[in-house]
Design a protein around this ligand. Structure first.
Ligand code: CO
Length: 417
């Protein structure tokens, strides 16, 4: 079994170019534009046959059917990953050290950010309203761990980090350097021109294939850019079908609950689906919704060899064994028996094996955009994802063969008519 090298090159390139949700949208925009999709700037204009709309960290793309629309085949995923974001007034002086104040975004595994060489990326808004993306091309910051000689019990008692004081990166030792000036220089602006910014730290290490058998992929942000890549790649590899409207919705803010303008609980996806249905009546809309399927794609937990007791033995996904169907009777995942069966049909037609995940009764599972989008839209939904270790670490790891398998499954979903 080998992964297509071109798939891994494509995915690794995507990950390395996408340190923030804004950059994920840029990666998707570049791929879709190259494939001939038309960018629309607002929701009111007539949708093109194959197009997309971007809003900050969110992008929604579609391909209309050749004939009348009978159903939507949607893939949803999220562009954001837990990380550390620079404060609006970040400059802190501590003796010889220049530091940056940061705020924690989402459920960060804080220890994983220590002793990494970090870059800064994000977006700057100028006083003229221009929006400019930036990404440092060198490591400029680091959160140094305390030496073991100054914390002798750390290995036995566990690392305890103060969420405010202990995660402040150092970024210089010379005085006279301030963040806004650095940002202006990096963005090719004058400091006076900058009205506001969103700057985020990221690990500079590029995505890599690892393991003696080259069977693993290590990178930051696999959760959930792997699914974003698979969704966009699947859409580009599919032809227009007769009656199915194919849609990819990549939302921001999943890691903080999805309640935002650009999150899965926001209005954007429904607005676009209704425009794509036009001039349908309410009864047509209801029929189309009933016939549709949303695949919510978000990474799953592979069984960890050092902590195998954290999984139910019967539902312990492995890497490189195919996408995982996530089920939870308490509706933390939106999968039902009906949608799981539908997905099984797509998997058979794509020649892809599926695995199943149910969390232990004494370890609550996470959630995804699946239940939120399904509740808002009423569209039947299935939650799936590629199995990985180290979820929410600054550097995660998954099977090198699984991204292609997920993409192939999504192609079968889009191709169903
Ligand atoms: Co996720």
């Amino acid at each position: 079994m080998t992964a297509e090298p071109s798939d891994l090159d494509s995915l690794c390139g995507w990950l390395d170019q996408s340190p923030t949700p804004y950059h994920v949208v840029e990666s998707a925009r570049a791929a879709l534009t190259e494939a001939g999709f038309t960018e629309l700037n607002n929701f009111s204009s007539a949708p093109s046959e194959a197009g997309f709309i971007c809003r900050e960290g969110m992008i929604i793309a579609w391909r209309q059917p050749k004939r009348s629309i009978a159903r939507f085949a949607i893939v949803g995923a999220h562009t954001d990953s837990p990380n550390l974001r620079i404060h609006p007034s970040p400059d802190i002086r501590a003796g010889q050290w220049q530091q940056l104040g940061v705020e924690i975004y989402g459920g960060v595994l804080l220890n994983s950010w220590l002793d990494r060489d970090l870059g800064v990326a994000g977006v700057v808004i100028t006083k003229d309203g221009e929006r400019r993306m930036f990404m440092s091309d060198a490591s400029i910051a680091r959160i140094p761990q305390l030496a073991i000689h100054l914390d002798r019990e750390v290995n036995d008692k566990g690392l305890s980090l103060d969420r405010h004081n202990h995660i402040r990166p150092v970024w210089a030792t010379s005085s006279g350097l301030d963040f806004l000036s650095w940002l202006a220089h990096t963005s090719r602006l004058r400091a006076d021109d900058i009205a506001a910014f969103d700057a985020q730290l990221f690990d500079m290490s590029p995505a890599s294939i690892i393991g003696a058998d080259e069977s693993l992929l290590a990178s930051g942000r696999l959760d959930n850019q792997l699914s974003c890549w698979a969704a966009i790649d699947a859409l580009m590899r599919t032809q227009a079908s007769d009656h199915t409207c194919q849609v990819v919705a990549l939302f921001d803010h999943e890691e903080v609950g999805s309640s935002s303008r650009h999150g899965a609980s926001g209005p954007a996806l429904e607005r676009i689906l209704r425009v794509l249905c036009a001039p349908g009546t309410e009864s047509q809309w209801s029929d189309i919704v009933e016939q549709s399927l949303l695949i919510s794609a978000d990474n799953a937990h592979a069984i960890h060899p050092n902590y195998s007791d954290r999984h139910d033995a019967q539902h312990a996904p492995m890497v490189n064994e195919g996408p995982v169907v996530k089920m939870n009777v308490n509706q933390r995942y939106a999968t039902t028996a009906t949608t799981a069966a539908l997905l099984g049909n797509f998997a058979s037609s794509a020649g892809v094996r599926l695995q199943h995940f149910v969390s232990r009764n004494n370890i609550p599972c996470g959630s995804t955009i699946g239940p939120l989008a399904s509740t808002r839209l009423g569209i039947p939904t299935v939650d799936i994802g590629v199995a990985q270790l180290s979820m929410h670490s600054a550097r995660e790891v998954c099977g090198a063969h699984d991204p292609s398998l997920l993409r192939n499954l999504l192609v079968a979903h889009f191709s169903h008519d």
